[in-house]
Write a protein that binds this ligand. Sequence first.
Ligand SMILES: *[C@@H]1O[C@H](CO)[C@@H](O)[C@H](O)[C@H]1NC(C)=O
Ligand SMILES: *[C@@H]1O[C@H](CO)[C@@H](O)[C@H](O)[C@H]1NC(C)=O
Ligand SMILES: *[C@@H]1O[C@H](CO)[C@@H](O)[C@H](O)[C@H]1NC(C)=O
Ligand SMILES: *[C@@H]1O[C@H](CO)[C@@H](O)[C@H](O)[C@H]1NC(C)=O
Ligand SMILES: *[C@@H]1O[C@H](CO)[C@@H](O)[C@H](O)[C@H]1NC(C)=O
Length: 620
Amino acid sequence: MYIMSIQFRRNRILIISIIFIFFIIYLINNYSENLSENEYDFTDREVEEDDTKQSNNEIINRTIRTRIHSQLLGEEIVEKTLEKIDWHDYELIARENARTGLGEGGSGVEPSSQDRNNPEFERLYRANGFNAFISNKISLDRSLKDIRHPDCKKRLYLAELPTVSIIIPVHEEHLITLIRSIHSILNRTPATLLEEIILVDDNSNKDELKKALDVHISNLTKIRVIRLHKRQGLIRARLAGARKAKGDILIFFDSHIEVNINWLPPLIEPIALNYKTSVCQFIDIIKWENFAYIAQDEGARGAFDWNMYYKRLPLLSTHAENSSEPFDNPVMAGGLFAISQKWFWELGGYDEGLEIWGGEQYEISFKIWQCGGRLVDAPCSRVGHIYREFNPHSGFIFNNYISKNHKRVAAVWMDEYAEYIYKRDTHMKNLIPGNIQKQLQLRKKLECKSFKWFMENVAYDLVQNYPPVALSPYAEGEIRSMATLLCIDTKYTREHSTFGLNRCLRDHRDLSGEQQFELTWRPDIRPHGRELCFDVPKQDKRAPIVLFTCHGMRGNQHFIYDINSYHIRHVSTHLCLDCDLESKMIFMEKCNQTSKTQQWSFFSYNETLIVKDMKQYFFK
Ligand SMILES: *[C@@H]1O[C@H](CO)[C@@H](O)[C@H](O)[C@H]1NC(C)=O
Ligand SMILES: *[C@@H]1O[C@H](CO)[C@@H](O)[C@H](O)[C@H]1NC(C)=O
Ligand SMILES: *[C@@H]1O[C@H](CO)[C@@H](O)[C@H](O)[C@H]1NC(C)=O
Ligand SMILES: *[C@@H]1O[C@H](CO)[C@@H](O)[C@H](O)[C@H]1NC(C)=O
Ligand SMILES: *[C@@H]1O[C@H](CO)[C@@H](O)[C@H](O)[C@H]1NC(C)=O
């Protein structure tokens, strides 16, 4: 009896709660309809909605009445009630959370000494540029850690979304790693949205990518392999896949990736709302050493410098207020993105005159923006990618194809800004880009905007971060230790290496070494003509200095030269460059006015610039 009455009371509370919730939903729906009918000023580009009524982080369906311009959901401008739902697959999440084993939860698997002694370990590393031996030990269906911004867990997306074709060029990929990429997609993609996965085998030689691959995928649904019988390179392989695709949206992937929880809806919703929007994921790192899945960072905007290197721009301050909201991105990073079929082909696909790879991310980004589209990054869509230690398949050398690709892109899209590139690289100025008539006609036909428009409205802070005309350095030449009369020598060493002192080339002309440096306007210190910078990653005692790709964002790479004390100071740690007379090592140490080992002379410096800079940091 007693138990029954509790049961009854529980039921009653439940029923009352349900009625209450429905009442709230009714109120909210009414409220949002009123708002959208009366107060919104519709444009044909934007979908307006009201997010303020999502109460207490509760996930509820909301109906928004809106006007959208989308060829995917219906022709022309339609007025449509859009339902949003929670796309999370909670059953899958629970199942994945319960998994145990090597590499589960995206954890790393450290090779044992037994592994390292196995000859296969080294062979697989050499063949792939990552520890494929470790990859073989990890389940094809391993779980990952949900490292999304917490707001992403609460977001709802359109209930009706278009279908996707995922296109994956494959060249000599390690089979298990490729299959894990496919399993992660099949496991974490809503089946109703996945039209197909198209593997484009770019004439691989590996045996395992033939019969064994076919056997593996014969049990899986929705996968096709297209085999190219002559190596085409990444760009044409993608085009070959795209031509066969049947989904509304094309998603280009690499063959060594793993998609994370609920990755698809946030990626394609912006495209459903406007077919001319193209979307990039946040790319996480799967470490080549041990397959640990970790965040790269919390996003950045893409850009380029005037040597056509891919660069990054800081996030806008408004992003912090809405960290899960897609934000405009001037240039995509390259490998992974989504675009509607319709828009991709209206833009003529990739320029088929581009060879192998390189420059295609600029071409497609400039084209999207200049011809009336939009490119955004979706922070809630995360995909891990293995950044190899080295590329074992680069034996596809075609003279200068990357410069030629860049020349094509510059000549078609960059207008007068191309001159800045040619000024730095006279070789590029004289390169013949091949026939670009088709591209120029397309630009005219689509009435695409000028590159000036792009620079002023989309990449408006690029010039400030990457000046087209190089600014003069603060100091340059050899850096000589006053205590030892030896010079810093980076010896043309690789990224991540440390370095020390050596006899100065200026005094010993028979020696070789790398002793010409620049304290640039950023200000960072780099060997002359290289894109590697002095970088202080840790703040230990005797903190090491390593060479690291220049990022131009100060931080670890921010140095100034104090011409009064002869100190080379690292701004964020307040440490000074120091050296050891015995070992000839250099390192960062607490600044000490009387220590001779902390005094350095640059061959030459510009006093005006240095004094101005010092004022900024020390005499505020
Ligand atoms: C939200 O919408 C989905 C699909 O229409 C439905 O299955 C679900 O029950 C709804 N949830 C709520 C809380 O209304
Ligand atoms: C394919 O599926 C069948 C039946 O589930 C199973 O017996 C077989 O081992 C699978 N083959 C592969 C290559 O996974
Ligand atoms: C945050 O996102 C919501 C929903 O898109 C938007 O209405 C609001 O203006 C955004 N806030 C800021 C500060 O950008
Ligand atoms: C500063 O350097 C001088 C000379 O090398 C040394 O005698 C002194 O102990 C150092 N001071 C500190 C605080 O390390
Ligand atoms: C120092 O830099 C300023 C500003 O760039 C420049 O105008 C000046 O000519 C430079 N001085 C020398 C000696 O190079």
